[in-house]
Design a protein around this ligand. Sequence first.
Ligand SMILES: Nc1ncnc2c1ncn2[C@@H]1O[C@H](COP(=O)(O)OP(=O)(O)OP(=O)(O)O)[C@@H](O)[C@H]1O
Ligand SMILES: [Mg+2]
Length: 306
Amino acid sequence: MSSIIHLNDIRKSYFMGNQAIPVLKGINLDIYKNEYVALMGPSGSGKSTLMNILGCLDSPTSGSYILNGKDVSKMADNDLAEVRNKDIGFVFQQFNLLPRLNAAENVALPLVYAGVAKKERIERAMEVLATHRNLLEMVKNGTFREDLYYRVLGLPIHLPALRERENDVLIIAKHFMDNFCKENNLPRKNLSTEAKKKLMGHAFPGNVRELKSVIDLACVMAEEKEIEAEHLNVMSQNMMSDFMLKEATLKEFTIKFIQFYLDKYNYDVLKVARKLDVGKSTIYRMIQNKEVFVNKKFSFEASFMN
Ligand SMILES: Nc1ncnc2c1ncn2[C@@H]1O[C@H](COP(=O)(O)OP(=O)(O)OP(=O)(O)O)[C@@H](O)[C@H]1O
Ligand SMILES: [Mg+2]
């Protein structure tokens, strides 16, 4: 097995005027995949100097450093910056979060330098940050690091599910209605009394996202100003709870949802992305990873034609 980090006779001197002060005097080190390594030594022994070289923040005076198969010891600053961006993760003692950015933007920051488009950056950061799991439980059973738990915890806010906030349903529904109509240049719409009752009576297992797709669809379906109960296409309680009882992970549910809508909308990725309010790149990634399939029928028929 080849090492991820291979140092051969690494030397580093600092110069005070013409005077070279040797700090690292021939370091040989191999670090393999999955190894955890701590650098220890008295103050001034050169730990930070070595870490700067390992992190491609500085170059050695001589010797070679092979990182993941690439010789980085003689790379120019620009190339080192690229390696730092693509191959190295830094965790700073002080966290070094940028205060003017929110949590998702901070997490997405390395993707800015990697040239990933804004929408995809935020989506990917949100995937990392969002979890429906009970982290405290995971800490208790040893599957989530306790120190990390307190770092991500910040100020926990327990937001009750929509079904526990009946009165909010109408307020949020109105917000979605207004937004949808504005974005699509439709005249503003109202909910009829029966429509309100239907919304209040529904448990919204899919939470706010479900409410949004129900409302968006209703705005299209209702030709008049008033949205009637019949325009509200809420899923039947049993069908939904059967589905939810499967106890799949959020990812497995997502795959099922996206596949369902891809089939329904004839594999029109853009339409599915709009309907479900997810980024199209997320769907394309799932297609690429073969988590969902497009044009099942087509490829089936095509295989007969060949
Ligand atoms: N930019 C520099 N110019 C000149 N000398 C330097 C420079 N940076 C570090 N040194 C010297 O190199 C030696 C190693 O310093 P380094 O910061 O790598 O030690 P360290 O092991 O990280 O120490 P500490 O535990 O205090 O952080 C020290 O003698 C320090 O004074
Ligand atoms: Mg140091």
